[in-house]
Design a protein around this ligand. Sequence first.
Ligand code: PLP
Length: 440
Amino acid sequence: MATSNATLGERDDAAIAGIQKLRFNPLAARGGRGSYLTADDGRAILDLSASATAASLGYGHPAVIEAVTKAMADMAGASLLMYPNEPAAALAEALLETMPGDAERRVWYGHSGSDANDAAARVLEAATGRPRFISFIGSYHGGVAGSMSISGHTAMTHTLPRPGLLLLPYPDPYRPRFSPEAVLDMLDYQFETTCPPEQVAAVFIEPIMSDGGLIVPPAGFLKALEERCRRHGILTVLDEVKVGLGRSGALHAFSHEGMEPDMVVLGKGLGGGLPLSALIGPAAIMDHRPAFAIQTTGGNPVCTAAGLAVLRTVLDEDLPRRAAQVGTALMEGLRQLAERHEMIGDVRGRGLAIGVDLVTDRESRAPVPATTTAKVIVRAYELGASFIYVGLAANVLEITPPLVLSDAECEEGLAIIDKALGDVAAGLVPDEAVQAYMNW
Ligand SMILES: *Cc1c(COP(=O)(O)O)cnc(C)c1O
């Protein structure tokens, strides 16, 4: 048993498995309200990551509390596997209404982005009879077997991708080693040679690559990829788990590029903190019952009631527009910081999905060492804000605040990032301070 004088962090160290942790600072959360988490020491910490975007409406949003309380008191355990339930049907109908085009679609519910991408791969392979997939270097589609095996993040190289997976470079406007044309040319060459397109069921892509470095692809790339795939009967799966549902400044991030994807994966923010994911796809594929993607509590009334409350709030309060406005202010503020901080090489993003690329030298655009990025994160935490770093070189600050971030909170966040960058550049944060937070 825990001794009464151990801190929450110490008890977590001793009792919770390391394999489920991705920690960037010492924050041990005691509670939360709005855009803030309360740390163990009583400080209010501005959560500029919204718990990796799960807290899309912040903490303790009244609409979510009300919906969940009502569903919980009613028939919390009723399984969608066995019986239809009202919140699951209502949320599915509302999600289908947000999709472009007039294709007949269905919704599948899971608990996480990981299981939704896993189900997508399974049902696509079974329904199309095509065993291969395309995805991108730097992509993260999940941490269960099927979704991990179609991911391309360097942090996962200890597991092998699924046989036949074709990994392509994701075109990066800031470090344009592979132009969109070069990537598509490589795809054509693969199709002509060792990856016959008739073997490929689908391409999985993030509309903004998040864990791979918060990269917004060059304009036109997604559309060209979609066109290329469609020509060969290859379906497009848009993984919107992190940047979807308003965060990018549009309800669906793929719509910035005028895409009409075949499948869309939602998660994280969809449940407003509760475990909920949704896979939206063509009826002919989603009703392919031999693929068997059954989970007892998937689509349960409590989580889907939360999802419905989140979606209604996002739509009724026009949070995509709000995200675009605050996001623009935040990015402008960060670009102003770049005038003072040589370390900032690039500020990019859409809406409230923002990346700050840290470099040793603006000319070469060489990434800072991961320890430097980690120091900025840890120093920012000491100063009162929490966020994470991403990127294959671990040099990108990822800023994804709750969609309800106020103007004042935006200013507060900027001031903290400003001071953290200055303090790290001045050498005020020792190497020892970040040894526990070197995740990737
Ligand atoms: C986080 C994430 C996932 C996995 O979601 P979990 O809820 O952590 O399982 C999948 N895809 C993307 C793009 C993500 O950011």
